[in-house]
Design a protein around this ligand. Structure first.
Ligand SMILES: Nc1ncnc2c1ncn2[C@@H]1O[C@H](COP(=O)(O)OP(=O)(O)OP(=O)(O)O)[C@@H](O)[C@H]1O
Ligand SMILES: [Mg+2]
Length: 415
């Protein structure tokens, strides 16, 4: 019953979120090479804090269950996938490097690119860190500045400025243990917010300048793009669950009731209406003052967006993002969050919905699926390390299939 012989036609993303594990199975259409969603699994998670694993069993079980759902729906047995990594240990560093062009004719080739990336990363990222992505920003060849792709150009001295995204090795090892237990081979590990960006951004936004804010249950991640390149990424340990906890404390009620209040009456921008709001829980009705709910939600958002503003400033792009901000994650479903974001950051803001992947599951175009869909798009469909994956992207670029980082970044999305 399982399709065992042609696994290359399937791509799989697994988003291991603190509150929820989401798995999306895509099938690559032979005619246009674009994936369409054929299987989905969504299961509540346990054993995670602030985006990282604190006990192996919880996430391993949730992954197994989510995969089971997606496998039954798609009829495809999943043994490898592209998987999310999240947590405040994820770091974005700008590095540089220089090499002598090796070929006798001084034409820059793929080996030079691999070599200069190594020079720019080895020893420049602390030894207890794994490199997840190397994003070349620009090259300089014999003093000629701002080269995007030097392959085929002639020169002797090649320099690079790049952005390196890394994660703490112990955290990566723990993630590997969880995946081992769930019997899934990770093709690549991708920071959640970068995966989300792949699902919701288009080339124009990447070129213009745009930030993605992925608001999950216990984390909020920021990724800034400009000129087609990832410029900066960072993870804040505050998410939607903090709003719930604040409501539970402030309204002196159970977290389950507070969550219901948030989902049904919570709003990022206070709305006029009745003076009280009510929710039903265990056949009982609980009433709260709307003003108090608005105040608690607003205070937490103000605090979070102050941190987000700091991060955008660190990226050097504050209020310089013509394509504004795209919000993803379950937290982005809070009512009027786009309006709030617009006012708070002074930038255009909208909710990011992964669109155009057709297939079986209807609510895939909601922001909480952005990460899983982006991971599916990123999936190469075969077990390989980050490094090999990178090299392949590179050789494709050289073959002329992709020009520059924009196409590489969006990958299959644009085929
Ligand atoms: N309709 C809604 N309105 C407001 N908040 C919502 C809504 N739906 C979901 N949320 C919130 O979204 C959060 C979960 O988002 P998501 O599923 O993206 O998190 P996660 O990926 O599991 O966590 P993390 O990314 O932090 O590891 C929860 O705090 C939940 O309360
Ligand atoms: Mg998440």
């Amino acid at each position: 019953m399982w399709d065992m012989h042609d696994s290359s036609r399937y791509v799989v993303g697994i988003d291991i979120g603190t509150t929820t594990v989401r798995c999306v199975v895509g099938h690559i259409d032979a005619t246009n090479g674009a994936p369409s969603i054929v299987g989905v699994g969504e299961v509540p998670n346990t054993g995670m804090r602030k985006g990282t694993v604190i006990n192996l069993n919880g996430p391993a079980q949730a992954i197994d269950d989510a995969l089971g759902e997606a496998e039954r729906m798609s009829g495809h047995q999943v043994d490898a996938a592209t998987v999310s990594v999240n947590g405040s240990h994820i770091l974005s560093t700008t590095t540089d490097g220089m090499i002598a062009v090796s070929a006798a004719d001084h034409v820059v080739n793929a080996d030079d690119i691999a070599r200069i990336e190594e020079v720019a990363t080895v020893g420049k990222v602390p030894p207890n860190r794994e490199i997840l992505e190397v994003v070349p920003h620009s090259y300089r060849l014999d003093g000629q500045d701002n080269i995007k792709d030097p392959v085929g150009m002639t020169g002797t001295r090649l320099e690079i400025v790049a952005n390196v995204i890394s994660a703490l090795t112990p955290n990566i090892n723990t993630l590997h243990s969880v995946l081992d237990m769930a019997k899934v081979a990770p093709n690549t590990l991708v920071p959640s917010v970068i995966a989300a960006a792949r699902a919701v951004l288009n080339e124009q936004q990447l070129e213009n300048g745009v930030a993605v804010i992925d608001m999950g249950g216990s984390t909020t991640s920021v990724a800034v793009f400009e000129e087609g390149d990832l410029q900066y990424a960072s993870v804040i340990s505050v998410g939607g669950n903090n709003i719930t906890n604040d409501l539970a404390i402030g309204l002196k009620t159970d977290p389950e009731i507070a969550e219901k209040v948030k989902l049904t009456h919570g709003s990022a921008v206070p709305q006029s209406g009745s003076e009280t709001v009510s929710v039903k829980h265990d056949k009982e009705t609980f009433e709260f003052r709307r003003e108090e709910v608005d105040e608690i939600v607003g205070a937490r958002l103000d605090e979070l967006f102050e941190i987000i503003t700091k991060e955008l400033k660190k990226a050097g792009r504050y209020a310089k993002l013509p394509s504004g901000v795209v919000l993803t994650g379950g937290g982005a479903r809070l009512k009027h969050l786009a309006d709030y974001t617009k006012n708070s950051l002074g930038l255009a803001a909208r909710i990011g919905k992964p669109k155009g992947f057709g297939g079986v599951a209807e609510h895939m175009d909601e922001p909480q699926y952005a990460v899983a869909v982006g991971l599916m798009i990123s999936d190469t469909g075969g077990a390989r390390s980050n490094k090999q994956h990178k090299t392949e992207g590179r050789s494709k670029a050289i073959a002329g299939n992709a020009s520059g980082f924009v196409k590489r970044f969006l990958g299959r999305l644009k085929t």
